[in-house]
Ligand binder design. Sequence first.
Ligand code: HEC
Ligand code: HEC
Length: 358
Amino acid sequence: MKPRNFRRAALAVALAGLATAGIGADLAPLPEPKFNAAQAEMGKFLFFDERLSGDAALSCATCHDPQKGWGDGMPLSKAYPASEYFRNSPTLLNSGFKKRFMWDGRLDGADMGTLVRDMITEAHTMNMDGRLMQERLKQVPEYNEMWQKFRKDDINGMRVFNVVGEFVKTLVSKNAPIDKFLKGDQNALNGTQQEGYALFKGKANCVACHNGPTGSDGMLHKTGVPENPAITAEPLRHITMARHYSTSGMPNYMNTHVDVGSYAITKNPKDKGKFATPSLRDLKYTAPYMHNGMFKTLDEVVEFYNKGGGAGSELRPLNLGDSEKRALVAFLESLSGDPVTVDKPRLPAYKARVFGKN
Ligand code: HEC
Ligand code: HEC
């Protein structure tokens, strides 16, 4: 190999090494959200409208409650009546910037419409038939008017999914101290928080996986969070998990009593126990933490990482002292902004159709 090429190859190897170790990666300020304003305005109504679920009892806000950090505040999520879910309901804040959706990363972050379709039509979330939803919405005159602001045809079930998605894209953290700091305001973080940030990027190396604007590399990792015993002890939760495995075509799923994470999707044994790195923003409002809500506080989370995570994890022990742990927690808190809430709008009522008019 000629010396110049050799140098280039050596540099490429070195850079690849840096990328996998996460060195050089950092957090970044949040970009401006992009969404269609007219669609987002209608999407706001639909987000809170229970008529989008089969039995007209649940809306998106039931499990993604603006008063509870856009999650539901419980370790494991509820589900459509007569079911219970086996994972935590994640916050919707900043989902417009995610690379993957769902704890196991099974959906593409660029395709919010498909995610909303699943939430509305899956039997364990809103259990709604798309055609029934379309006809229900067409029977609400105000919804037809809102629709006309961005389309000239009738309300169409498939497009409704995108309309809800446009509203979700508006949900973005505001005024987090970290954004001011990253934009150059050295006083935005106090001394302890800055010490925590140095640990985050240095000794604790959280930044290897938690980087970019949301604090997520968008990749799948194994940290070994302990199982939530409720997913086997409570039949309703176990049923939902088994149903998820059988739909995904996972082999031997009836003998699986743990949440295998992305393995159910990829069927690659290396992916057992891997989950998508979540955002670290607005943690102040989104406890309990992890895919199964096993940690109630950030102190517990930091303690978990300090021990090197759980069984089979790709982490290593950190040997942080008490004041270092406190600094790291103080830094994590600085990733939260002002509360982002939206009031439930007054929902327009059904009205019998006047033929030829609405
Ligand atoms: C019955 C509870 C429930 C309802 C109702 C519900 N969701 Fe969810 N949502 C969840 C749970 C639980 C997950 C995580 C599922 C998983 O990872 O397996 C989730 C995941 C999501 C995600 C992915 C977030 C991420 O960080 O990966 C988005 C976005 C979302 N829901 C939006 C919505 C919208 C919009 C609606 C209404 C159309 C809705 N959800 C209705 C419980 C619910
Ligand atoms: C190897 C990649 C990796 C490293 C390194 C890492 N994390 Fe994580 N983190 C993850 C994954 C994956 C999850 C989700 C795990 C789950 O739900 O089972 C997670 C979850 C979290 C959560 C919960 C977020 C929520 O909304 O539930 C917090 C808080 C967190 N990590 C903080 C940290 C801190 C602090 C460090 C450094 C001490 C760190 N992480 C290092 C990959 C990583």
